[in-house]
Design a protein around this ligand. Structure first.
Ligand code: GN1
Ligand code: MG
Length: 349
């Protein structure tokens, strides 16, 4: 399969080294090294069950690439390579859609944030990406996943799942379901934000995990990568997802919830890193929305995981029986810990 794809790019696949790469839940990723060639590549198979129109991803990355190249030629934008026929993604019959990007030499990604400095750098890169694209007309972007960060919709999908999902799983999840229902004020608050004129739709990455930032050898952020979910959105999507994934020393996979924590210094590093690029761009309403953004994104992820658990893991899949239940519980604890620091965090910026 891989050699068929490489052939579309005119690459000789006779002597290649292929290694699985990264930890994403949705797409498959490999690092490709051609023997005798100094360059490496990242190959991704796009999950078409989730990205229904892969050509929309190609459309977005091409437009953004052209805009950045024209206006900010020094920005490192990792643009997908063009195939022999000039396409940004290739379709192999019965196999799916693929894209190839150059591997940026002397760069690396990080799977787990290990210092506030890394959190600052990553937040700065997500802020910079949105800032550089401030003059880009967001309405030109195609919606690669409709309603992706639409909290009211995620909540109504959760309400459907607690009625129509797997009955024994619903029964076993009663306490968590109740807690999530009791916190539906977050949905209302999110709705109010959407109605307010103080929040602007910007070019937003929508998957601000640390592994989507390239770092150089001195651990400085270079740029953001993995642009499948770049769409018009609110800045809190990225800031909130950073809180969700950097605040705790353990990830959403951790089943020992006593290890889930909110580390203040990471919270501040995210705010400062993001604001170092976006301070002049954000409205006063947006600036006061950081804490809420963290709550929305963690809550939404808990809803998405428990919804998937109740629907027999149809979206995320599971490597063991209760994996999405554990993930949801982990996110619920993280949200509880963040909410317990509300006044302290709100007054800090
Ligand atoms: C998915 O595939 P990955 O890990 O980059 C998901 C994100 C979730 C994340 C949770 C397209 O991202 O929204 O936050 O899992 N992406 C999609 O780990 O659903
Ligand atoms: Mg991703």
């Amino acid at each position: 399969m891989i050699s068929e794809v490489l052939n579309e790019y005119g690459l000789n696949s006779a002597a290649l080294n292929v290694t699985p790469f990264g930890t994403g839940l949705i797409n498959h990723t490999w690092k490709i090294h051609l023997n005798g060639d100094a360059n490496s590549f990242i190959l991704q198979k796009i999950n078409c069950k989730i990205f229904r129109k892969p050509e929309d991803i190609a459309h977005n990355t091409r437009l953004i690439g052209e805009y950045l190249h024209k206006n900010f030629p020094n920005y490192l934008y990792v643009r997908p390579l063009l195939s022999k026929s000039g396409a940004d993604i290739v379709h192999i019959k019965d196999k799916g859609f693929f894209r190839l990007v150059p591997f940026v030499e002397n760069s690396h990604t990080i799977d787990v944030v290990q210092s506030p400095g890394q959190a600052y750098e990553a937040a700065r890169q997500f802020g910079k990406f949105t800032k550089l694209l401030n003059g880009f007309d967001v309405s030109q972007l195609r919606i690669t996943i409709p309603d992706f960060h639409n909290l009211p919709l995620r909540y109504s999908q959760f309400l459907d799942a607690i009625k129509q999902g797997n009955p024994s799983r619903i029964e076993d999840s009663k306490e968590m379901i109740q807690w999530l229902v009791e916190h539906d004020f977050l949905v209302k608050r999110f709705g109010a934000m959407e109605q307010s004129s103080g929040f602007k739709k910007r070019v937003t990455h929508h998957d601000a995990k640390i592994s989507n930032v390239l770092f150089n050898e001195n651990n400085q952020g270079l740029c953001v990568i993995d642009l499948d979910t770049v769409m018009p959105g609110y800045f809190i999507s990225d800031v909130g997802d950073m809180f969700r994934t950097y605040l705790s020393p353990v990830s959403e996979e951790e089943s020992d919830f006593t290890k889930v924590e909110v580390r203040d210094e990471y919270y501040h590093a995210i705010c400062e890193g993001y604001l170092s690029e976006m301070r002049e761009e954000l409205s006063a309403d947006e600036k006061s929305g950081f804490f809420d953004g963290g709550c929305y994104l963690i809550y939404m992820q808990a809803l998405r995981f428990i919804t998937d658990h109740l629907q027999d893991d149809a979206y995320y899949g599971a490597h063991y029986a209760n994996q999405n239940f554990v993930r949801a519980g982990n996110q619920m604890i993280l949200l509880q810990k963040l909410l317990s620091k509300e006044s302290e965090m709100r007054s800090s910026h």
